[in-house]
Design a protein around this ligand. Structure first.
Ligand code: SF4
Length: 331
């Protein structure tokens, strides 16, 4: 690993100033991904600005929303009482994400910005457009069973790995940032960029722009919500497919529906077409299947990952059925 300078920022302003002024500087939060990538030679910042002790930690209720500080650990968010009661899909996604050791280190802001788990991205000896634009994509002809089928391009098909981002994108979360140009708020659906021709540009954030918090509107009381994750093994594994769903029901009719999909797209995926099918419809399996077909419309499968199309549809239908049945039990 290349030698680097370590600086601990005293406040947000200093942190932003230090990183913004230096193209070779990067933030260090929980370090669960950053340090691995540095050891592997994928990243080689000359300066790390430690933001782990900034006062950006905790979950605060603000009326009908909660604000999760960017330095809040995944475990702190998962065990927060308001999140457990009003945002159960966030808690479920966090608990299914990683071991408790990792959840105690990794931060919520860092989770949203985690880099892809594509094996070729993490191997500096092979071509990867996301690591080095124009070098090629080793996954196209290589191993891509875990790779994406939505929002891909001929330049990159890497899956976005976050579970909680899928739940948050279904909840209309907004990311708060401070950057060299000041503060701004970015809907989470607009934070991540599909790869297109520039897979190395992963988000709309400017260099040095720091996520300070995540604002999550609370669904109406009585809304049903959940996160279902399908994976190869029961612990510490990334999703083959996942579904985050919020349903607002009234007398057997779906008044509002919000759907996020994970494990299948290059970005945390909001399945807008599926929501359109569900709104105003009854909770029947036929409706759920039509919604799932709409959610996967336009999916592009490669040699080894075509199974994900059907798996993602089944995952979404299953989660919708679980929520519909839960409603029936309580009504
Ligand atoms: Fe790199 Fe993306 Fe191709 Fe993986 S899928 S090798 S991250 S360009």
């Amino acid at each position: 690993m290349r030698a680097f300078e370590y600086v601990r920022a005293a406040d947000v302003g200093q942190a932003v100033a230090l990183v913004s002024a230096d193209r070779d500087a990067a933030y260090l939060a929980g370090g669960t991904t950053q340090l691995d990538l540095m050891k592997d030679g994928v990243l080689a910042p000359e300066r790390l600005v430690d933001i782990s002790r900034l006062s950006l930690r905790g979950v605060v209720s603000r009326g009908e929303a909660v604000v999760i500080g960017a330095m809040t650990t995944m475990e702190e968010a998962a065990t927060d009482p308001t999140i457990a009661e009003r945002l159960p899909l966030v808690r479920e996604a966090l608990l299914l994400s990683a071991s408790v050791q990792l959840r105690n280190m990794a931060t919520m802001g860092g989770n949203l910005l985690q880099r892809t788990r594509c094996r070729y991205f993490r191997d500096p000896t092979v071509a990867c457009n996301r690591r080095l634009r124009g070098s090629g994509c080793s996954a196209l002809a290589g191993h891509h069973r875990m790779h994406a089928i939505l929002a891909t391009s001929d330049h990159c098909i890497a899956t976005h790995a976050s579970d909680v981002a899928v739940a948050l994108v279904a909840l209309d979360a907004v990311v708060r940032t401070t950057g060299p140009g000041g503060e701004r708020q970015i809907p989470l659906t607009q934070l991540h960029l599909p790869p297109g021709e520039t897979p190395d540009v992963e988000t709309v954030l400017a260099h040095g722009e720091l996520i300070t918090g995540i604002e999550v509107p609370l669904p109406p009381r009585g809304a049903r919500s959940g996160y279902l994750k399908v994976r190869d093994r029961a612990s510490y594994e990334f999703a083959l497919a996942s579904a985050a769903v919020v349903l607002v029901m009234d007398q057997g009719v779906i008044v509002d529906a919000r759907v996020g999909l994970g494990g299948v797209a290059t970005v945390p995926w909001r399945a807008v077409a599926a929501e359109g099918v569900l709104r105003g419809a009854a909770t029947t399996t036929a409706v759920f299947r039509t919604a799932a077909d709409a959610a996967l419309e336009g999916a592009v499968a490669r040699r080894d990952n075509a199974f994900k199309i059907d798996l993602a549809k089944r995952t979404l239908v299953r989660e919708l059925s679980i929520l519909a049945e839960a409603r029936d039990v309580e009504s």
